[in-house]
Write a protein that binds this ligand. Structure first.
Ligand SMILES: *Cc1c(COP(=O)(O)O)cnc(C)c1O
Length: 367
């Protein structure tokens, strides 16, 4: 079976470095908010091109804390895409605000920027764009809309660490940006983890206060906060992996290019790169109307596929009755047709060719 992702193969390739880092933390006796967390925060800030980065427990908390610190809550509206992992919408609802969903672009599956302004009301406080699958949203346009309408921009960059647009990396565009270190992300730990990047010093300071129960000084609590810290052990692991991230992302791009070249004449929609964007292929997504047959048949041939995501956010049961009249035609169609094929840096040439050949065979014979 060719898996969608092979985390064990990646571990094997950096085993000695990882083991040394983990044992170092065990030996140090410091397990929460130690030197590795601080060092990783500095390294991620430098990597993304921001002044600050603050570690938190996971990507979802990164979103929740960012919204909370910017004072977004009950009565406020946040404009976002309807095509993402549920956490994007969940975070907005969790702070008491209302997600306002926008349809997506047919080619990139990212938010359709041209539809954002028509959704702005006097309640709109923020835009929350998602760099889906590793490709950045048209952030110059988003920042322009935000500036003209006095809105906060929080990037959901959970799938896009190392990706860039017009030479500027994910995380460096918005007022704040959120990252996840869930194991399957391009930079993943061996457990949960998250990070917020920003140039806003006051904001960074408040995230640091909120992540430890609203306290600057232990046992003196200024506000109601959270328990949302990045583990020292995960930080040590992530520092090792961050050094390899560019190599891994380049490898992903190389494999994507091979797929693009070998599959381009087939009757299947391939990923489309935005001019000026460096897509880092967190997922390689193809689109075909016979998705369920194709996914089932590929699986039979030993090729794992994944569906990201089968249901658009405004159609989820959690929002039943809320957006029933909010028809978003593109995302509703696309979510029935897209699927991911295996792409990860440790793939062998043989595995790549197997995926290509099986897909070619299948498309010739389907329908
Ligand atoms: C993974 C992910 C999240 C949530 O991150 P967790 O670390 O799992 O909480 C949020 N948004 C997007 C787009 C993601 O891919």
């Amino acid at each position: 079976m060719i898996p969608l992702l092979d985390l064990k193969a990646q571990y094997d390739s950096i085993k000695d470095e990882i083991n040394e880092a983990v044992l170092g933390v065990l030996d140090s006796g410091i397990y929460i908010n130690g030197p590795n967390v601080k060092a990783l925060e500095e390294e991620v800030a430098r990597y993304c091109g921001t002044n600050f980065a603050v570690g938190v427990a996971n990507g979802t908390d990164a979103l929740v804390l960012s919204l909370d610190v910017y004072g977004i809550g009950a009565g406020d509206e946040v404009i976002t895409t309807s095509y993402s992992f549920f956490a994007t919408a969940e975070a907005i609802s969790r702070v008491g605000a209302t997600p306002v969903f926008v349809d997506i672009d047919e080619d990139t599956y990212n938010i359709d920027v041209s539809q954002i302004e028509s959704k702005i009301t006097e309640r709109t406080k923020a835009i929350l764009p998602v760099h889906l699958y590793g490709q950045l949203v048209l952030m110059d346009k988003i920042m322009d809309i935000a500036k003209r309408n006095n809105l906060i921009v929080i990037e959901d960059a959970c799938q896009a660490i190392g990706g860039s647009y017009k030479g500027k990396r994910a995380g460096a565009w918005g007022h704040a940006a959120c990252f996840s270190f869930f194991p399957t992300k391009n930079l993943g730990g061996y457990g949960d983890g998250g990070m917020i990047t920003t140039d806003d010093e006051d904001f960074a300071e408040w995230v640091k206060i909120l992540r430890v129960h609203g306290s600057r000084r232990k046992y003196f609590n200024e506000v109601i906060g959270y328990n949302s810290r990045l583990d020292e052990m995960q930080a040590a692991i992530l520092r090792v992996k961050l050094k390899h991230l560019n190599t891994w992302n380049e490898k992903r791009r190389e494999i994507a290019e091979q797929y693009n070249n070998k599959l381009k004449s087939l009757d299947i929609k391939l990923p489309v790169e935005t001019p000026g964007a460096k897509h880092i292929y967190h997922l390689y997504i193809v689109r075909h109307s016979a998705r369920s047959d194709m996914v089932a048949q590929l699986k039979e041939q030993g090729i794992a596929c994944g569906v990201y995501y089968p249901v658009s956010l405004h159609m989820q049961d959690a929002y039943k009755g809320v957006y029933d009249d909010g028809h978003l035609p593109v995302v509703e169609q696309v979510s029935n047709e897209t699927f991911a094929i295996p792409l990860y840096p440790e793939m062998t040439d043989k595995q790549i060719m197997d995926v290509v050949n099986q897909l070619i065979n299948l498309i010739k014979n389907i329908r």
